[in-house]
Design a protein around this ligand. Sequence first.
Ligand code: XUL
Ligand code: CO
Length: 446
Amino acid sequence: MSSQIHLTLGQKEYFKGIGKIPYEGRETDNPLAFRWYDEHRMVGGKTMKEHFRFAVCWWHSFCGTGADPFGAPTKNFPWLRPGDPLGQARDKMDAGFEFITKLGAPFYCFHDYDLVAEGPSLAESEKRLEKITDYALEKQQASGVEPLWGTANLFSHPRYMNGAATNPDFAVVAHAGAQVRMALDATIKLGGANYVFWGGREGYMSLLNTDMKRELGHLARFLHMAKDYARQQGFKGYFFIEPKPMEPSKHQYDFDAATCVGFIRHFGLEGDFKLNLEFNHATLAQHSMQHEMQVAADAGMLGSLDANRGDYQNGWDTDQFPADVYELTEAMLVFLEAGGLRGGGINFDAKTRRNSTDPEDLFYGHIGGMDAFARALLAAHDILEHSDYKKLRAERYASFDKGHGLDFENGKLSLKELAAIAAKNGEPEQRSGRQELFENILNRYI
Ligand code: XUL
Ligand code: CO
């Protein structure tokens, strides 16, 4: 086994027969090797590792059992065997760090109660979190793997059925506050680079019983308090809001990137908050990921990405591993033109299918996802460096580069002057948008 894998003496090996996943290039027949993701390969002045900052998520990868609303768990992973909560949490941590180290991802992401099961009281939960984060720190030191972000699960427990920060009952809001304080403490202790807020229950099931304005005010107040607390504790990272339009709530307040940008600005959070965008959330909102990323980038809020994909045949949040290189190339074009992410990375918020039951399926999912991103990055880089893509886009707007167009952009024309120019010009010439040509450029470089 490679020296880069850190198993302590006597520790159980969960992914037997699988060593460090190597980069072997496109022609390899080895299903447990990278074809495109070469962490050391330079692309436009940065290595692939630095571009992506890949993270494995704790919840789907190590807590996901394959249970769905219609059936029982299918994945009988040995680290999920019931036992005392801390013993089970340690097993899960051994399995998690073994997997991430073998895969060669530099980061992980977690919810508080992914690390260890919630206790019967806040005090007991805090004790458990303290213990398991001590253990995580040891694992981090041995492996060099760190959290890309931490978050609090404010949606699973029945107490949050009417919301967490937006709950109409102050007692629940206070409980959510206590939980976020502990999750921030854990994230800071583990050296987490960022902190995420995903508001699955921050929304409503019916507007009939909901005072939306008041709830949104509470959410903003809550985020300010969390940010102020974390800054007092010395946290230097960004806070990310993760947009999603629905599921589990019928309507979620963090609907999409544009809604979140408006919320962040309206409530004066723009110094500290950016967005964590997710592919399948973008499509649930009837947008493309490329659209969501462009909205965030234009607002200076392209923080981090949750990588996955939906299914064209239905509208759910299926959280499949990313595999669509065309979609990813569109996303990587926005990514590169924006100069990358602000503080974040690419977290696989993706789950293997219910019938992908073997531990090695976890490797296939992640290897495929990392390869798909790497291939898309190379294509997007080539498109920007070697094709007419940038030139064609610039030419579409050339009439604003000089003369009256430039005056218009600079606010030097009145509506009356605009009308006079139009009268003099007569009917504008027809100009093709050339969508098919743009699409062909993408396909040429993939
Ligand atoms: C749910 C989702 C969450 C967040 C973290 O759709 O994406 O897993 O990423 O709470
Ligand atoms: Co997510």
